[in-house]
Write a protein that binds this ligand. Structure first.
Ligand code: PRP
Length: 214
């Protein structure tokens, strides 16, 4: 058997939207990922397997070559860096925006603004780029709570419908980046295993083109 290619997938909402594309690309897992506690899955192609990771770990696995390809949100690439990676395809799924957010009509902040986020690097770059002194406070979830609890003045977070912000009395402020899910490839693997990786990219590109709009 040819040496296997490994594709790292992001669990959660991205995985749900990725599975129909994998099916249409002929890369379906042979068992139900949703109902299994396993993390490594064979696919209908003997030369390709899938590994299920947290989004923040996908760039790391692909950068180090532990996985050859990955499917991950652009937010993770902006936060954890894209060096050592190619980004040949935008899958156009899990679209959202990275925004700053806070309370409407809040009085101007004296001194350093306190910003809570799990996107520490993105937040640092954003405020530095605008010449604003910011103290970035790392959180791992429920960022919306931070201004409500006076832990922070603003947050940097993903906004999709805006419902979460509204429900907590906040609003999106500045747009940082448009986000969607990307296919990434380890640069060294792209050289050494060019043919099989190009096959996967082409199959995913066809799956994107032929997908039925939700
Ligand atoms: C994201 C984000 C917001 C919410 C925004 O969280 O952190 O909480 O979605 O969506 P909305 O604008 O449609 O309300 P997610 O559900 O992805 O969970 P997470 O906190 O684990 O990232």
């Amino acid at each position: 058997m040819k040496q296997q290619l490994t594709i790292a997938l992001t669990k959660g909402r991205i995985l749900k939207e990725t599975l129909p594309l994998l099916n249409s690309a002929g890369l379906s897992p042979v068992e139900d990922i949703g109902s299994s506690r396993k993390l490594l899955f064979a696919t209908e192609r003997a030369d390709i397997r899938l590994v299920i990771l947290r989004g923040s770990d996908v760039p790391t696995y692909v950068r180090h070559g532990a996985a050859d390809l990955g499917i991950v949100g652009k937010d993770m690439l902006l936060e954890y860096g894209a060096e050592g990676l190619y980004e040949p395809l935008d899958l156009g799924i899990a679209r959202c925006r990275l925004m700053t957010a806070g309370f409407e009509g809040r009085p101007p902040i004296q001194g350093r603004i306190r910003v809570a986020s799990k996107f520490v690097q993105i937040a640092q770059r954003h405020y530095a780029g605008r010449g604003i002194q910011a103290e970035i406070i790392k959180l791992y979830g429920a960022m919306e709570l931070a201004p409500l609890m006076n832990l922070a003045d603003e947050i940097v977070d993903i906004v999709d419908t805006g419902n979460t912000l509204r429900a907590n009395g906040m609003m999106p402020l500045q747009h940082i980046a448009d986000i969607s899910t990307r296919l990434i490839v380890n640069k060294a693997a792209m050289r050494t295993r060019h043919g099989s990786i190009e096959d996967v990219i082409a199959a995913m590109a066809r799956a994107i083109e032929t997908r039925v709009a939700p």
